[in-house]
Design a binder for this molecule. Structure first.
Ligand code: SF4
Length: 341
């Protein structure tokens, strides 16, 4: 698939005071992309579209270049201590994506140009916890790899973490555009994870992302570049024939990674979940979705800010967990399973 190119780019004026802001401005001008100015991302006006749905789709190909003002990082359990904010939003159209609710009415993609401020803050967090390791997750609020060919902010973050003793970086992606990251001086401190799933889930729920084969080819490249490698199987979803579907996934993964050194490979397992507000948004934006969002079949789990989520009932969750773990044990006996949630 071709790398993402925005149709429309907004600049916050302050962004042009930073080298990356200037560089991006010149780049997009050169590419003849429609560039507009906005005082702040909250003031973004005029995303084209005759109705809400069209505006939503157009927003997903709109980029806002700005300055990250909040430098307090969110926590990011269970995969890391902190979320490092490099971008927000994503051009993908995964039906189940939680950004649909967390980004609400602002689904455009934002990238931040004050990287030195962000890295200085990360350094503070690392120093506070030293000699404990501090892990940063870079894909909490976007699929950063899919955007990074434009900004190289992730590449800089990888190299910054590479220079620290106690910092670690991790992110997950559904995109194959990794070539510019292969020569980054990561010093083994960045774990590169790919999101994988059964054919059914990828075909039905992940439009606008790279194919399974594309992701796998990218995984091979990053493993060869010496990055610690991982896979996130998410969302694990009980579709008809899910047992065969997930078996086939691990079979294909295994077949495609035969010649790769898999020492230290990790898996993270996340069952499908949704909230009530997410259900409303998903059904509005993807009205034909086959995603099963029937609360009566699920277990309610209390969540942060009083918004609980619907997960599989214990018996089903245990079946998912046991089944996926058995496949990993069969095909990747050397792997570590970090968690099932
Ligand atoms: S690729 Fe990730 S961040 Fe992007 S829409 Fe899909 S689930 Fe959301």
């Amino acid at each position: 698939m071709k790398p993402f190119i925005p149709q429309l780019v907004y600049f916050e004026p302050e962004a042009l005071r930073y080298p990356l802001g200037k560089e991006l401005y010149e780049k997009f001008k050169h590419m003849h992309i429609d560039i507009r100015e906005t005082t702040s991302h909250n003031q973004v006006r005029g995303i084209p579209g005759d109705n809400e749905l069209q505006q939503y789709r157009n927003a997903k190909s709109t980029l806002v270049v700005g300055v990250r003002r909040t430098l307090k990082f969110d926590t990011s359990k269970p995969s890391a201590e902190y979320a490092i904010p490099l971008a927000t939003g994503c051009m993908g159209h995964c039906h189940y994506c939680y950004l649909q609710t967390t980004l609400g009415s602002k689904p455009y993609i934002r990238v931040y140009v004050n990287l030195d401020d962000i890295f200085a803050q990360a350094k503070k967090y690392i120093d506070e916890r030293a000699p404990e390791i501090t892990r940063f997750e870079a894909a909490c609020t976007s699929d950063i790899v899919g955007i990074d060919h434009l900004t190289h902010a992730l590449k800089k973050a990888i190299e910054f973490i590479g220079t620290t003793e106690y910092g670690r970086l991790r992110f997950v992606t559904k995109y194959e555009h990794v070539d510019h990251l292969l020569d980054a001086k990561h010093n083994g401190k960045t774990r590169f994870r790919f999101s994988v799933n059964s054919r059914y889930v990828i075909q039905n729920f992940e439009p606008g992302t790279s194919s399974f084969d594309g992701r796998l080819e990218a995984a091979r490249k990053v493993a060869r570049a010496g990055y610690p490698l991982g896979f996130i199987v998410a969302p694990i979803y009980m579709h008809n024939g899910w047992e065969e579907g997930y078996f086939e996934l691990f079979e294909r993964l295994h077949a495609n990674l035969q010649d790769i050194d898999l020492t230290g490979v990790t898996f993270e397992l996340i069952q499908h979940r949704f909230t009530k507000p997410a259900k409303t948004v998903i059904q509005k934006r993807y009205p034909k979705t086959k995603l099963d969002l029937d609360e009566t079949k699920r277990k309610y789990k209390w969540g942060r800010y009083g918004i609980g989520k619907y997960v599989y009932r214990d018996e089903e969750a245990n079946r998912l967990n046991d089944t996926i773990r058995s496949y990993i044990a069969q095909f990747f006996p050397e792997a570590t399973i970090e968690y099932f949630t």
